[in-house]
Design a binder for this molecule. Structure first.
Ligand SMILES: C[S@@+](CC[C@H](N)C(=O)[O-])C[C@H]1O[C@@H](n2cnc3c(N)ncnc32)[C@H](O)[C@@H]1O
Length: 262
């Protein structure tokens, strides 16, 4: 049994490794280095989380109970205004190069408008909610000269209609309580369930962008997950001002936006 203890003024971490071959590189010094690194990083992460926790707003989780697939939603229920800077950062990432853009989730069309400002060659939007699709058609009329295509349905049910793109913009929300459990509670990032579809439909060098719930950096687990599907990535920390009574339940005053490159 290997034991390690870290004492901190606010907490204590005790590690007991039961299996002798667990984390067993060729030399003991290497093993010590790996274990020390892991513990130091955990201590450091806890200290940072303590500081970060003070920057969270209370928010709410009431919306989670209702099935939102075909709900008639007001603007704020689709996306609150304070998320606009996040949309801008993601739209900038996905229109970095002129090309074909795939956007998942039309919502209020805030990001779609920003993507159009970046003059993509084509812009394909996937949206499942019929009431939001009606909003899409109104918006589409104002961009009659642009190559804008709609795929009506859940992306999971329409993925066979996807082509190859230079940019993929992902911004949906969990539609049901079950999706919340499967995609939010069980993963370091909600976007994970879309990673393989994004990678499959991006041309080499193409860009995938999504928002995280990580306020100030990217966890090691999250980085490994991205690198399983993408060649490289960059982060942008976007400052936001969510109100205390935000409908969302996990927001602080900044948010990391990812730009992953295939
Ligand atoms: C937060 S809103 C998007 C807001 C949008 N980015 C904007 O700037 O207004 C999420 C949208 O994704 C749609 N959506 C959620 N899950 C989906 C899925 N599985 N397939 C397609 N659309 C989905 C919702 O209906 C909603 O319109």
């Amino acid at each position: 049994m290997t034991r390690r203890l870290r004492r901190h003024r606010d907490f204590e971490i005790s590690l007991q490794i039961r299996r002798d071959e667990f984390i067993r590189p060729p030399r003991d010094a290497q093993r010590n280095w790996l274990l020390n690194r892991a513990l130091t990083e955990f201590v450091w992460d806890l200290e940072n989380l303590d500081a970060l926790a003070k920057r969270f707003v209370a928010g709410s989780d009431e919306h989670r109970l209702a099935d939102r697939t075909q709900a008639e939603l007001g603007d704020d229920e689709i996306m609150e205004d304070w998320q606009t800077p996040i949309m801008q950062a993601m739209a900038d990432a996905v229109t970095d190069q002129v090309g074909d853009v795939l956007e998942i989730g039309f919502g209020r069309g805030v990001a779609s408008e920003m993507i159009q400002a970046g003059a993509p060659r084509s812009h394909t939007i996937v949206e499942c909610n019929d009431a939001i699709v009606r909003r899409f058609h109104d918006w589409r009329e104002r961009h009659s000269a642009a190559d804008i295509r709609l795929i009506h349905g859940k992306w999971q049910d329409t993925v066979d209609q996807f082509q190859q793109y230079d940019g993929v913009f992902f911004h949906t929300y969990p539609l049901t309580e079950q999706e919340f459990v499967d995609y939010v509670a069980s993963s370091v990032t909600f976007a994970e369930h879309f990673f393989s579809a994004a990678a499959e439909h991006l041309r080499p060098g193409g860009v995938f962008t999504y928002l995280t719930n990580e306020p100030d950096s990217l966890s090691r687990e999250h980085q490994r997950l991205v690198l399983r599907y993408f060649r490289s990535f960059s982060l942008q920390k976007v400052s936001v001002s969510p109100p205390t009574d935000s409908r969302d339940d996990l927001w602080a005053d900044s948010m990391v936006v990812i730009k992953a490159v295939k």
